[in-house]
Design a protein around this ligand. Structure first.
Ligand SMILES: Cc1ncc(COP(=O)(O)O)c(C=O)c1O
Length: 358
């Protein structure tokens, strides 16, 4: 049998969750609620759906690989040049594209841990080394991360907000971190959840991009825009960096439907505002209930909450599953729960209560 390089065979394939329909069939339950993947419980914007439907008849043609109209719409919205934007098949693909563009086997990338699992996976696939810097009080320890940078470091990943903790790094500490980071290192700031942030002191990554630093800001249509199934995200960076990344981009990496839906979703500011409002209100509801139950949690700036239910996470996960509530174990003693619609959150809390009283 043909063998891949060792760094590939040593990888573990990503284990996808079962489709909800399959779980329901296996467990003999109905109307389960999915709070496992940080999706928007309100669904996509109606306008995005209409735009998607309108473009279906044209799918015999290849998509516009340059995403001309979406690039135009986004550059206007963000106030950046068109040449500063690259689209990906979800921001997942952009992480991989950044690694493919700037790392070679043996290079290092620094990241916080625990953080988004795709960073180390992508690094290892390319035969590179991931340097994991433990979180401090559930947040990126930016000082230690800057100290971990060596001559071999090409990329530093910052997830802000972080997944699975939902924590952010604030402006002042991020500015200090940028002062400490060598100018030849690419700082990838993954802002998949930035639209949910309410803290006014949230770090301003764009400022550093405008100042000419090597920053790659990743955002996505999968979270607040509710288009996770269409797979589209974007990077904003310096034109020179965008040009290099575009060299490794698959020519037709985002579909016609995804591009059309994304343009309409960008315009539907009301849907984004409603989604944020719901998340902020339901976060308070969940805090109140968790406090009452004496369950420890990490205050969040994203659309999910990391919590410590006081029993092994897998047991809690399985018990909730039998009640039709799907969450995600995050460690041996913690679960990550997406903030859902009010009724869904009530189902989750009721589920937790019934486990606690057993
Ligand atoms: C921190 C972070 N970055 C990126 C992504 C990837 O999102 P997508 O590829 O759907 O844009 C996620 C998804 O869960 C995430 O949590």
């Amino acid at each position: 049998m043909i063998k891949p390089p060792e760094y590939v065979s040593a990888l573990k394939a990503y284990v996808p969750g079962k489709p909800v329909e399959e779980l329901e069939r296996e467990l003999g339950i109905k109307d389960s609620v999915k709070l496992a993947s940080n999706e928007n419980p309100l669904g996509p914007s109606k306008k995005a759906l209409e735009a998607a439907a309108k473009n279906l008849a044209g799918v015999n043609r290849y998509p516009d690989g340059g995403a001309y109209y979406l690039t135009e719409a986004l550059s206007k919205k963000l106030g950046v040049e068109k040449g500063q934007i690259v689209f990906g098949n979800g921001s997942n693909e952009l992480i991989d594209m950044a690694v493919r563009t700037f790392l070679k086997p043996g290079s290092e990338a620094v990241m916080a841990w625990p953080s988004f699992v795709i960073y180390p996976m992508s690094i290892q696939v390319h035969g590179c080394h991931g340097i994991r810097v433990p979180l401090l009080d559930f947040r990126h320890d930016l000082r230690k991360m800057a100290e971990a940078v060596t001559k071999r470091t090409k990329i530093v990943f910052i997830a802000n907000p972080n997944n699975p903790t939902g924590t952010i790094n604030r402006r002042e500490e991020f500015d200090r971190f940028m002062e400490e980071i060598p100018h030849n290192v690419l700082v990838v700031v993954d802002e998949a959840y930035f639209e949910y942030v309410t803290d006014p002191k949230y770090a301003d990554s764009m400022k550093h991009l405008r100042a000419g630093r090597n920053v790659l800001i990743l955002r996505t249509f999968s979270k607040i825009y509710g288009l996770a199934g269409l797979r589209i995200g974007y990077a904003v960076t310096k034109p020179g960096i965008a040009a290099e990344i575009n060299k490794v981009r698959n020519p037709f990496n985002t579909s016609t439907i995804a591009q059309a839906a994304a343009i309409a979703a960008l315009e539907d500011e009301e849907h984004v505002a409603n989604s944020k409002k719901l998340n902020t209100a339901e976060r308070q509801y969940l805090y109140g209930e968790l406090d009452a139950l004496g369950i420890k949690y990490v205050p969040t700036e994203a659309n999910f909450i990391l919590m410590f239910p006081g029993a092994p996470a897998v047991e809690v996960y399985e018990a909730l599953l039998r009640k039709g509530v799907i969450v995600r174990p995050a460690s041996e003693d913690s679960i990550r729960v997406t903030i859902g619609l009010h009724d869904e959150n009530v189902r989750f809390i009721e589920g937790l209560k019934s486990i606690a009283t057993k």
